[in-house]
Design a protein around this ligand. Structure first.
Ligand code: ADP
Ligand code: MG
Length: 689
């Protein structure tokens, strides 16, 4: 016996050869139970033979016939082509890489079975790299679908299958959800589902296995989602065991600032502020995500939050993803807070040594009450006098990693994380369930909706007139050049810069009557700051920029934005960029230049951004289009992606898992523990983050 029945062992048995163990570990199989949870990617059907004449293009099938021709050809490149015939027709088998043994197997006159996907090839119907086997008098057909697993080099399907089969035979695959709860949720049992997916019986409905709607898949997906929910809830609750300074609402500075502002808060801003304020007054750290569409006014909410900490005599750190945004915030916050007598500091990587020293001193002796900066705020030399609140702007990608850094420094401050774009419900429910969420669900009044235009790059010069008119009428324009990933074979940064410089040159020539300037991430920070200040002051009319201006930049007088190569950009990024205009009273336009030919994905993205202005809707469609991976960014490192469940497709299971997780933690804590152990015990950072 390889595994002890019911084994909860945390490592694979030593009787598995070390080389094999290493390979298993490579694909995430560290414990016996992981073998059972290594579910098939797909299935191959070797239960029947299909006549060649009945083959459908694009479909997998197994055929049987005699080799009537076999030859190494150079059309279009070196490959082995064999012609196989049955009593209904002829099919070609193509091998781009092959061994002499394969040539022998496919010699004229041999009888073979070939399993693969049919497509139209050079000579007619063909299979590329089919799985071939010799047929003898009595080669029985398989009785059931053959599971195909994710594997790694040197670990064959056969070996993997052998260990999986042993594991599911020997382990006790008890349900971790005990009966009273299980009878409520009406899903198949764990053991049966695992057995079924690894050994689907003959005559099973293949489609429900492939699209994972079969009850066995539903059960496994549910269990996976449940583990995620449990882990997030445990993580969430753990926070209440840490202490943080309670920050009471003192109304000392807040009222003053509100009086100074040229606008009134929207109802949504007031509501979120109330939620945050309540949370801060508790003696454990707040971890709250503040989400709202581009331009919904998150900054002022964050600043009022900061004031609550300062009123209580504590320090606040305000972190921005880019230097340009940090600088903008510094200017804005100075304007708002200096009149109240609050001392601000500013820290980025590019500060001169002396300046840096002064700021670091101010942070450690407490004379700086609010410090604004980039990731530099996380560096080792930074010692806070009494940090109580960390605001992280425009970055829902702010990951578990940074939080760990904070924790390691021995502080558990309150944290307000502002997401750059809205987060769809299912994503918030799954990957952000460890955070509390406040949502600003309306824009300040008086905004004119932005008009979006899609323009073929071949007609870019037609846009010039529009830009000129806008600028001559007293407004300003952005011209954005993105990162050019696909072309960056040599040095990406140099190439991007070169494209940007060329565009800048072209536009300078095209607009001799306008003041055109340039900004990008590689510039000296003094130059960047001066350029932004000049643009803000209206001295620059047309600003050529990289996507460094993507987040946060706030110049209400800018009313037209042209984005080059919009087809290469993600939706969140396009929406963010577009949000840089439409901030003032003038009618704003965003021109998306695209380059033909468009991929299907690019076309879908452009359609979505063209048809929608609501960031929540765009985010939802983005999730449908790309899945959570891209939207999560750095979060991924802390939260393993779901392997089986899909938060869009399995939304109902997610809702159910959330409800069950709460009940399980309250009423069946031991089951919850066992379930986490089964699914996540080998994902250490996730559990302890
Ligand atoms: P975002 O949510 O994208 O970070 P900002 O905080 O930059 O948005 O706010 C966008 C603009 O709207 C800023 O110029 C800000 O001063 C302004 N603003 C914020 N709240 C209001 C309000 N209640 N009424 C009018 N303007 C507002
Ligand atoms: Mg912002």
């Amino acid at each position: 016996m390889l595994f002890r029945p019911g084994s909860l062992a945390n490592s694979l048995p030593l009787s598995i050869p070390p080389a094999t163990r290493n390979k298993l570990e490579k694909i995430g199989i560290l414990r016996p139970i992981d073998l059972a949870l290594h579910l098939p990617l797909r299935y191959e059907d070797e239960t029947c033979i299909v006549k060649i004449a009945q083959l459908n293009e694009g479909q997998g099938a197994q055929i049987e016939g005699e080799i009537t021709h076999s030859e190494v050809m150079f059309r279009p490149r070196r490959c082995l082509i064999a012609q196989v015939q049955d009593d209904s027709g002829i099919l070609y088998l193509r091998f781009l890489n092959f061994y002499p043994s394969q040539q022998k197997q496919l010699a004229i006159g041999k009888n073979i079975r070939a399993l693969g996907e049919t497509r139209t090839g050079y000579f007619g119907l063909e299979m590329v790299h089919p799985k071939c086997s010799a047929v003898t008098q009595a080669s029985p057909l398989k009785k059931q679908l053959t599971p195909i697993y994710r594997t790694t080099a040197g670990l064959t399907q056969r070996t993997l299958n052998k260990y999986i089969q042993t594991a599911i035979k020997e382990l006790t695959l008890d349900d971790t959800i005990s009966l009273p709860l299980r009878s409520k949720i009406k899903l198949a049992s764990f053991a049966e589902s695992v057995q079924f997916l690894h050994n689907p019986p003959p005559q099973v409905n293949e489609q429900s296995l492939l699209d994972r709607t079969h009850p066995a898949w539903q059960k496994l997906k549910f269990d996976e989602l449940l583990a995620q929910q449990l882990s997030m809830r445990v993580h969430y609750k753990k926070r209440f065991s840490y202490r943080a300074p309670p920050l009471f609402n003192q109304e000392k500075y807040k009222g003053q600032l509100l009086q100074l502002l040229p606008f009134k808060l929207t109802a949504a801003q007031k509501n979120t502020l109330y939620e945050i304020s309540e949370d801060l007054s508790k003696p454990h750290p707040m971890h709250r995500l503040l989400q709202g569409d581009v331009g919904s006014g998150k900054t002022i909410v964050a600043v009022l939050t900061a004031l609550q900490a300062i009123e209580n005599g504590y320090q606040v750190a305000f972190m921005s993803p880019t230097e340009i945004l940090a600088e903008q915030h510094f200017l804005k916050l100075s304007e708002w807070l200096t009149p109240l007598g609050i001392h601000l500091g500013w820290l980025t990587g590019s500060l001169k040594k002396n300046e840096k020293k002064t700021v670091l001193n101010g942070i450690s002796d407490g004379s700086i009450q609010l410090v604004i900066g980039t990731h530099a705020l996380f560096q080792e030399q930074v010692t806070f006098h009494n940090l109580a609140l960390m605001v992280v702007d425009e970055q829902h990608k702010f990951g578990v990693q940074q939080r760990l850094t904070l924790r390691e420094k021995g502080i558990a401050p309150h944290q307000l994380i502002m997401s750059a774009t809205p987060i769809p419900r299912t994503l918030a429910m799954s990957y952000y369930a460890d955070l509390d969420i406040s949502t600003i669900n309306e824009l300040p009044p008086g905004r004119t909706p932005i008009i979006t235009r899609l323009v073929n790059n071949a007609r870019r010069e037609e846009i010039f007139e529009r830009v000129r008119e806008t600028c001559l009428a007293g407004n300003q324009a952005y011209w954005v050049c993105p990162l050019i990933d696909e072309l960056s074979i040599g040095n990406p940064e140099t190439l991007q810069l070169q494209t940007l410089l060329e565009t800048h040159q072209q536009l300078t020539l095209a607009f001799p009557d306008l003041r055109v300037s340039l900004i990008h991430g590689k510039q000296d920070s003094g130059i960047k700051a001066a350029t932004m200040a000049a643009f803000k002051a209206g001295e620059i009319q047309l600003l050529v920029a990289t996507t460094v201006i993507e987040v946060g930049v706030d110049v209400p007088n800018a009313s037209i934005m042209v984005i080059e190569h919009a087809e290469r950009m993600g939706l969140a990024q396009l929406h963010q960029l577009r949000g840089r205009v439409g901030r003032g009273v003038a009618q704003s336009v965003c021109v998306l230049l695209f380059q033909q030919p468009l991929s299907e994905l690019a076309r879908a993205r452009l359609k979505i951004i063209y048809e929608n202005t609501d960031g929540f809707e765009i985010a939802r469609q983005d999730l449908n289009l790309r899945g959570p991976g891209e939207l999560l960014g750095a979060r991924q490192s802390g939260a393993p992606m779901l392997r089986f469940a899909d938060i869009v497709q399995d939304e109902k299971l997610l809702d159910l898992a959330k409800a069950v997780a709460d009940e399980m933690l309250n009423d069946y804590p031991q089951d919850a523990q066992a379930h986490l152990q089964r699914w996540l015990a080998n994902k250490q950072d996730y559990l302890h983050a």
